[in-house]
Design a binder for this molecule. Structure first.
Ligand code: PEP
Length: 249
């Protein structure tokens, strides 16, 4: 279960949110669920200090990463820097990056490779907009993004990627996909991974659903056989709500 905070919470607020989240989660949750937060870059040092100091079982990571390792790329953040701060995850190709920063599949692919180079687990975000869904082309559109994001990866590298299916029309809109929609795409993603690599890779990759997930709707989504978890935006900013999502009972 990963919480994408987007551009919310300064570093002081981040400490409070992670402390509250840790307090709201019992140890038995961590035995069955991996919990991660993706705060803004400026919060990561504070989150690292808290997680290390209190030995919290909460993973953390960035919301984006540069395709480059270092150099004259003003404003970008290297995967090496994220790793040095103890990050284990990084979101790549989030629809807000694709939409507002014109990120192409090619760039997303370079970022996936950069993440893997620095031993970060990329959370590769893919999903269709409303027009594509209305045209009934959501599966082919989303699988093309999957192909693009994984291009050139070995089976071993692909197995280390987390794929988040996030229909754009469901992100931040309150309009959640049905559990059947989530299952249809998660199963199509696994079938494509089996085609591109092997059934082992298809079975190993963790597939998340994202889009207006809340404690009240996460249960039936998590009941789907091909959905392993959720990428949660807005609801991850409320520690009690996100803790309830992590319990998904
Ligand atoms: C997201 O930002 O990845 C997301 C799914 O947002 P929300 O849960 O707010 O729809």
């Amino acid at each position: 279960m990963a919480g994408n905070w987007k551009m919310n919470q300064n570093h002081l607020e981040a400490i409070g949110l992670v402390q509250k989240l840790a307090f709201s989660l019992d140890q038995d949750v961590f035995e069955k669920v991996e919990v991660a937060v993706l705060p803004p870059y400026t919060d990561l040092r504070s989150v690292q200090t808290l997680v290390d100091g209190d030995k919290l079982s909460i993973a953390y990571g960035g919301q984006d990463v540069s395709a480059h390792d270092s150099g004259a790329y003003t404003g970008e953040i290297s995967g090496a820097f994220l790793r040095k701060l103890g990050c284990s995850y990084v979101a790549v190709g989030h629809s807000e990056r694709r939409q507002y920063h014109a990120e192409s599949d090619e760039l997303v692919n370079a970022k996936v490779k950069a993440a893997l180079r620095h031993e970060l687990t990329p959370i590769l975000c893919i999903g269709e907009g409303l027009d594509v869904r209305k045209a009934g082309e959501h599966v082919s559109h989303t699988l093309a993004q999957l192909d693009g994001g994984l291009k050139g990866l070995s089976a071993e590298q692909a197995a280390a990627v987390v794929v988040a299916y996030e229909p754009v029309w469901a992100i931040g809109t309150g309009e959640v996909a049905t559990p059947e929609d989530a299952q249809e795409m998660a199963s199509a993603i696994r079938a494509r991974l089996a085609e591109l690599y092997s059934s082992d890779v298809a079975g190993t990759v963790r597939v998340l659903y994202g889009g207006s997930v809340k404690a009240a709707n996460v249960g039936p989504i998590m009941d789907q056989p091909d959905v392993d978890g959720a990428l949660v935006g807005g609801a991850s900013l409320d520690a009690d709500e996100f803790a309830a999502i992590c319990r998904f009972d």
